[in-house]
Design a protein around this ligand. Sequence first.
Ligand code: PLP
Length: 431
Amino acid sequence: MRYLSTRGGTPALRFSEALGAGLAPDGGLYVPERLPRLDAADVAALPDDSLAATLTALLRPLLGDDPLAPQLPALCAEAAAFEIPLVPLAGRGDHLIELFHGPTAAFKDLAARFLAAALSALRPPEAPVQTVLVATSGDTGAAVGAAFHGREGFRVLILYPEGKVSPAQAHSLGAFGGNVRALRVAGTFDDCQRLAKQALADAALRAGRPLLTANSISLGRLLPQMGWYAMHALRFQRRHGRRLNFIIPSGNLGNALAALMARAMGLPLGEVLLATNANPTLAEFAAGAPYRGRDAIPTLANAMDVGAPSNFERLRWLAGGDEAAARALVQVRRIDDARIRATVASAGARHGIAPCPHTACGLAALEDLRAAGDTRDWAVAATAHASKFLDVVGPLLAHAPAMPPAFAALLARPARAERIEADYAALRAAI
Ligand SMILES: *Cc1c(COP(=O)(O)O)cnc(C)c1O
């Protein structure tokens, strides 16, 4: 299997070459030259007993004869070393797929761990230390920091916007120590991204020290997310004889695209509905307007504050390059901040859970479907644990949600972040 740019203007790469790449040189995104299609017999033979087993089976045709292929089972086992349970909620047919049981309590752990394990496996023993640069609005930086923490041959620099991530997120970013450094940038998330891009484009800097990014558009961060949808869709269909439908809180569209790709490969997922916050890009597109990226607006579900979803081009690719066909692949529901607050506040009584603000967007979309008479089986993706966003959910809940132990242990460590101005000279000096 080879990987091509969505814009078609760059040479084909192997999986292990494309895995950690950001944008392709022509500005497109890497995609497989063709998506493998599993027939009914292949799907019937897929394992569903563990996430690692399902993921290994799904990724195998996507790697083909890649040098990493022999290590694929070990990489998946290392990445997926935690449970992703499907939990029934109080209402009939309502489920939560809890993606937040990794070390930093958000779904980004799985794929960040896969990418780190794969890059480690590819690293020649004598290679110089590689610097992983990551700009984050919160969850990505912690997941990437945790995934590379203590890995020989790598150091991580996390750039985050000062005062614009939750207090728990800020602490977690600075708490790794060792080979993971946090830089608190006096600016916005866009400034952080701009600085990281500038460093990656700085040939003189890169000549002296190898730089990588663990950007969310890399294939290593995208493809592993197919695993949890595939595993639960298989289990559900085998147990109940029906398809499970998914509601996925979305920003850059990575997690939801992975679900759509798994379905396109032949896995028995039902509908995929995207829940967004107040950022209107995807909802307007789904309602029939031509795609138009724009600046993000800040909301309570800040990990989804995206005005130009970076994976949109892959959605269009999945639909054969056609916008109308891409529109037909997804439904979108847009949830504003007032609705997020109301959903968090009522989720205990209505669903028996305390959701994070992102998960609340998904629950609100589910409530809308039920109010319209929908009786199908739906699983809402719980993308982070509520305790990461206590500043938002705390005032709305009678009891503060307890921290998952791994994340609590991270927060119990002392944290340190170096402050830099939002200009490139400051970042270059820090590197
Ligand atoms: C990153 C993130 C999202 C958005 O996921 P995308 O793959 O960018 O659509 C949603 N919720 C949480 C908690 C996140 O960290």
